[in-house]
Design a protein around this ligand. Structure first.
Ligand code: NAD
Ligand code: GLY
Length: 361
C-alpha cells in the first residue's frame, strides 16, 4: 500500500492507494473518525458494485451505517440534488459529529463533498473514489461543488476529506472510455511536473490500459503525490495550484460548446493539453518535437487530440471568455516550457489561440 500525505496543517490527511482497500475501509475509518455513524452517499451504478462491501466493512468496524443514493450523471451535479440530500439527512437525524463517505466517481465526490461542506456548517468527509479520474484528481485537494445552469462548478467550497481510499481493483468494472478519461489527467501530471513520470507513461501506457494492478498503483500514487504537493503549497488556488488546470482552458470551453454531451471531461482535457502544447510552440516557448511527444501520448491513450469537425473556433474562444477563471477579460493558459515544466501565461493573444484551433500554420 502507498500512503500519500496532503500537508495542510491541522487539515492534513492521507490518500491510501492499494488493491483491496475498500474491504478495509471500516478499519481505516476507525483510525480517523471519532463519531459512530456514517452516511454513505453513492449512485445506483456504484452501489450495485461496491455498496455491499462498503456497508459490511463499516458495520464490521462497529459503525452505524446509512445510505443515500443520488442519480447517476453529470446533469445531477446540482443544488437540487444537494437539497434532496439535506432533506434525507435531516430525516435520518444526521448530526455534526457524524461523517459522510462519498463512494463513486467525481460527480458523487463533488456533490456529496459539497453536501458535507455545508450540512450543519460542515461534517467530516471521506472520499472513496471509484473512477480513475476521481482517484487521481477529484478526490484529492478539497474542491467540492455543483454545476449551475450557466456553467460548471460555479457553486462550491473547499472541504478537505479526513482521508481518501483509492482502491485500484474498483477500476476493473470501469468502462474503457472512463479509463482513458482518467489517463488524460495522469498524463497531465507528467507534463506539468515530472518528465520521468511522462517517460514512464510512454513505456507503460499499455500496462495501464490492460489494468495491471502494479502499474495502476504506481500511476495513481504518483499522480496523487504530485497533486498533493501542489495543493499543500497552495490550497486555495491563489498561485501555483492553477498549473493543475493545464489543458483545461480549452477543455472547459469544449465542454460548454458541446453542452457536456460530446465529450467526457478527460477527453476534452486531451484536446486541451495538445492545443496548449501547440500554443506554446506558436509562442516560442516549447519545441516542436516536445509538442509532438505530448500529442502522441494523448493519442495513444485513445483520447481525441483535435477539436471535432463542425465545432467553431470562434464559439470555443467565446466560451473561454465566460469561464469563471477569466480575470479582467484576459485569457489565461498553462503552457509547457518543456515536458515536466509549465508556466502560467496571462493575456494570451486571441489570434494565436484561433490559429491553433483552426490548424493554421
Ligand atoms: P462520473 O462520476 O460521472 O463517473 C463516470 C461513470 O462511471 C458514472 O456513470 C459512474 O456511475 C460510473 N462509475 C463510477 N465508478 C465505477 C466503477 N468502479 N465501475 C463502473 N462504473 C463506475 O465521472 P468522473 O470522471 O469520475 O468525474 C467527473 C466529475 O469530476 C466532473 O463533474 C468534474 O467536474 C469533476 N472533477 C472535480 C475535480 C475536483 O477537484 N473536485 C477535479 C476533476 C474533475
Ligand atoms: N482539478 C484542479 C484542482 O483540483 O485544482
Amino acid at each position: 500500500m502507498t500512503e500519500v500525505a496532503v500537508r495542510l496543517g491541522e487539515r492534513s490527511y492521507k490518500v491510501y492507494v492499494a488493491a483491496g482497500e475498500v474491504e478495509r475501509l471500516g478499519v481505516t475509518a476507525r483510525r480517523h473518525l471519532t463519531g459512530n455513524r456514517i452516511l454513505v452517499i453513492t449512485n445506483p451504478t456504484v452501489r450495485a458494485l461496491y455498496g455491499g462491501t462498503v456497508q459490511k466493512s463499516l458495520a464490521a468496524a462497529g459503525f452505524v451505517v446509512c445510505e443515500i443514493e443520488i442519480p447517476d450523471g453529470e446533469e445531477f451535479k446540482t443544488l437540487d440534488t444537494v437539497k434532496e440530500l439535506y432533506g434525507k439527512a435531516l430525516d435520518i437525524g444526521l448530526e455534526r459529529g457524524d461523517a459522510v463517505v462519498a463512494l463513486g466517481g467525481g460527480v458523487v465526490g463533488d456533490t456529496a463533498g459539497f453536501f458535507a461542506a455545508t450540512y450543519k456548517r460542515g461534517v467530516a468527509l471521506v472520499q472513496v473514489p471509484t473512477t480513475l479520474l476521481a482517484q487521481v484528481d477529484s478526490s484529492v485537494g478539497g474542491k467540492v461543488g455543483v454545476n449551475h445552469p450557466r456553467g460548471k462548478n460555479l457553486i462550491g467550497a473547499f472541504h478537505q476529506p479526513r482521508f481518501v481510499v483509492a482502491d485500484v481493483t474498483t477500476l476493473n468494472t470501469l468502462p474503457v472510455r472512463e479509463i482513458r478519461a482518467g489517463l488524460a489527467e495522469i498524463i497531465k501530471y507528467g507534463i506539468i511536473r515530472d518528465v520521468r513520470f511522462f517517460e514512464w507513461l510512454e513505456n507503460r501506457l499499455q500496462n495501464l490500459l490492460n489494468l495491471e494492478q502494479t502499474a495502476l498503483e504506481h500511476a495513481v500514487s504518483l499522480s496523487c503525490r504530485i497533486k498533493a504537493d501542489v495543493v499543500s503549497a497552495d490550497e486555495r488556488e491563489e498561485g501555483i495550484r492553477a498549473i493543475l488546470n493545464y489543458g483545461h482552458t480549452v477543455a472547459h470551453a469544449l465542454e460548454a460548446v458541446g453542452c457536456y454531451h460530446h465529450f467526457v471531461h478527460g477527453e476534452a482535457v486531451g484536446v486541451g493539453m495538445v492545443a496548449a502544447a501547440r500554443l506554446a510552440v506558436r509562442l516560442g516557448m516549447l519545441s516542436v518535437p516536445e509538442a509532438e511527444r505530448i500529442a502522441a501520448l494523448v493519442a495513444r491513450a485513445g483520447l481525441p487530440v483535435e477539436i471535432p469537425a463542425g465545432m467553431d473556433a470562434e464559439e470555443i474562444i467565446s466560451a473561454m471568455f465566460h469561464d469563471k477563471k477569466v480575470v479582467e477579460n484576459r485569457l489565461t493558459f498553462v503552457l509547457p516550457e518543456a515536458i515536466g515544466r509549465v508556466r502560467i501565461a496571462h493575456g494570451v493573444p486571441v489570434e494565436s489561440i484561433n490559429a491553433v484551433l483552426t490548424g493554421a500554420s
